[in-house]
Design a protein around this ligand. Structure first.
Ligand SMILES: [Fe+2]
Ligand SMILES: [Fe+2]
Length: 247
């Protein structure tokens, strides 16, 4: 479902219903970027029809300039083929030169792929995007992106949450009390099974460093809706969830 988050940031994509009515979102984010749209992940292949329809209705005749892939699991890359079929000149931006060779599908041509290295910043269609290593990830090579114009941090699998169906399309400011700590905890303990073996103090210290260095005004997780209102509350609840799950 297409939703406007803030400024020129939009959210599309669907969700899947899991056990006991808990839903998990699989989102794609779009910065319209004045004629050179930037996509963050391509969405799940199981939602191809909806995602392509939403993209076409949002973009109209404008081709996306770049698709930034946080990592190569199917919920994040499943629609690359359909996107490139419609817009063959769109470039992909990945974290490592190894990905096109071992993890991206064979039909992705080498010259379509650009690299965004953690700790660097590049301009795409006039927009500065910086890259950082994914602090919390389920696949090596996962990177996060930051757009200083909107203050959006694209966090891939981290900062997702499981939620009851009624919250499917609600941003944090549209819920009675923001994103519940319990929702964040349910998601992170199932998405990152290694967390009980990890130091929670270390994870939360690393997360704090990420936010200290940047003026984050929106968090854009793939498996949740964008957090656009109370960033501090979300980080606080995230930290509590991590400290409860970790050792
Ligand atoms: Fe993942
Ligand atoms: Fe994921």
């Amino acid at each position: 479902m297409l939703r406007h988050v803030k400024d020129d940031l939009f959210q599309i994509g669907e969700s899947v219903a899991g056990r006991d009515g808990w839903h998990e979102a699989v989102r794609v984010y779009v910065l319209m970027n004045d004629g050179c749209p930037l996509l963050f992940d391509s969405g799940s292949h199981i939602h191809s029809g909806e995602i392509m329809a939403e993209l076409k209705s949002l973009l109209g005749d404008t081709a996306p300039g770049y698709v930034f892939l946080t990592h190569t699991e199917l919920p994040h890359t499943g629609n690359i083929k359909l996107i490139l079929d419609v817009w063959p000149d769109t470039k992909l931006v990945v974290s490592s030169a190894i990905l096109p060779h071992v993890e991206l599908p064979w039909w992705v041509a080498d010259d379509q792929v650009l690299y965004g290295y953690a700790g660097t910043e590049e301009t795409y269609g006039g927009r500065r995007i910086s890259f950082l290593d994914g602090i919390l990830k389920d696949q090596p090579g996962t990177h996060w992106m930051y757009d200083g114009t909107t203050g959006t941090l694209f966090t891939a699998d981290a900062f997702g949450y499981l939620y009851p169906g009624a919250a499917d399309l609600k941003f944090d400011d549209e819920l009675e009390d923001g994103i519940a700590g319990d929702w964040l905890k349910r998601y992170h303990e199932s998405a990152f099974r290694f967390l009980p073996m990890v130091s929670g103090a270390k994870v939360t210290a690393d997360i704090a460093r990420v936010f200290r260095k940047r003026d984050v005004r929106a968090i854009a997780p793939t498996h949740g809706n964008a957090v656009r209102h109370d960033i501090a509350q979300c980080i606080d609840r995230f930290n509590n969830a991590i400290l409860e799950i970790c050792r």
